[in-house]
Design a binder for this molecule. Structure first.
Ligand SMILES: [Zn+2]
Length: 380
């Protein structure tokens, strides 16, 4: 048996362990590590499996915009899991993004992956969805560059993991991309062609991110106020999942950009089991900033002044509120020391709020009990 040091387990073990269940595993983007212990405690108390993740933009060899490198992020997540004594979690590299597919970019990406593996990551999301060829004559041609880049990087991960199991997520259809008509959605045949091509190349992801109407971060009205996100196209998502199933591809859907989607709607209407992984990012940042606003008003004001000073001039015509909400993430690295040296009372409030909000997510995702499912699958 594995000695329990509360380290992360392969993402594939978690997603495989809940296979066939109507449940979604929450993947939390931990831009500010203070929320992690609250999330892990809630996971433990509700027996919910969980992913802890950061995207390349958030965390890279230079610290991304959160100030974390793969090494320091991993350390913080290990610490939080140990403090909560929680065992069923994966350390996931969200959006390992490829924008051009140039040899230089691929090389830099492999260096990032090597650092993630050295830091003990157990799951990876390759995102080459930008490499869409609009001139392609058929689906396969449209996706060719994405297929090539994803295959190359997936093989690199497999080599470097050296026989160790790992989770793999791939992406087709850039999330949030719009054309004249609105958000572009992934078609079932695109997802099927993409996965089939990857499998022909001996790449076997457990989960695929698609464009299905969500956007990353907040959604705003014309006055710049944050509003609920009601744009996720559920029938389209179900159609993609069905097409994957009908073609015996055994790949579930990763729902990105959940922040702002009402949790009662998720609870009652999300196709759980079709969607198997649910990414929640900006929400956790909001938990921290709303707490700082009350507990650390001086620090909050500094962060606000810095963000507006830098980003108002870059966003002419936009309301202050929207400019702050959209760009306060860039202040995390800038105020790293201050954010991590607030009073214990502040930290306690952040952890407690993260705990309570996690309970609600786990309930809405039907993930109560999923940790035991995974534990039992591991014993077999
Ligand atoms: Zn995402």
């Amino acid at each position: 048996m594995r000695e329990n040091t509360f380290g992360p387990i392969p993402g594939s073990t978690i997603l495989g362990g809940i296979s066939g269940r109507r449940a979604i595993v929450m993947a939390a983007n931990i831009r500010i590590a203070t929320v992690a212990q609250g999330i892990f405690r809630a996971a433990k108390d509700t027996d919910s499996a969980v992913f802890m993740e950061l995207a390349r933009s958030e965390c890279d060899l230079n610290g991304g915009y959160t100030g974390f490198t793969p090494g320091t992020f991993s350390e913080k997540m290990h610490e939080a899991a140990r403090a909560a004594e929680f065992d069923i979690w994966a350390l996931h590299a969200d959006h390992i993004s490829i924008k051009t597919g140039s040899p230089l970019e691929i090389e830099g990406t492999k260096q990032l992956i090597d650092a993630q593996i050295a830091a003990g990551y157990t799951s990876f999301a390759i995102d080459a969805s930008h490499l869409f060829n609009f001139e392609g004559k058929n689906v396969r041609e449209e996706l060719e560059k994405n297929i090539v880049a994803t295959t190359d990087l997936a093989h690199h991960i497999k080599n470097r993991m050296n026989g160790k199991e790992f989770g793999l997520e791939v992406e087709v259809g850039e999330i949030g991309r719009k054309d004249g008509q609105g958000l572009i959605l992934t078609k079932p045949e695109e997802a099927v062609a993409f996965i089939q091509a990857l499998q022909e190349n001996s790449v076997f992801p457990q989960v695929i991110a698609i464009a299905n109407g969500s956007t990353h971060g907040h959604v705003y009205d014309e006055a710049g106020n944050i509003v609920e996100q009601l744009s996720i196209d559920i029938p389209q998502t179900q159609a993609v999942a069905k097409a994957l199933r009908d073609n015996h591809l055994h790949v579930g859907i990763a729902q990105h950009g959940i922040t702002g989607t009402p949790r009662d709607l998720i609870n009652q209407h999300f196709p759980k089991g079709d969607i198997i992984k649910g990414n929640v990012g900006t929400f956790w940042q909001d938990v921290v900033f709303t707490t700082l606003k009350v507990y650390e008003p001086a620090l909050y004001k500094e962060i606000r002044d810095w963000t507006l000073g830098k980003y108002l001039p870059l966003n002419p015509g936009k309301k202050e509120k929207q400019v702050f909400d959209g760009n306060c993430k860039m202040a995390i690295k800038e105020f790293f020391k201050q954010i991590y040296s607030v009073d214990e009372e502040t930290e306690q409030a952040i952890r407690a709020m993260a705990y309570a909000e996690s309970l609600v997510f786990f309930r809405a995702f039907s993930s109560y009990g999923t940790a035991s499912l995974v534990r039992n699958a591991m014993k077999k």
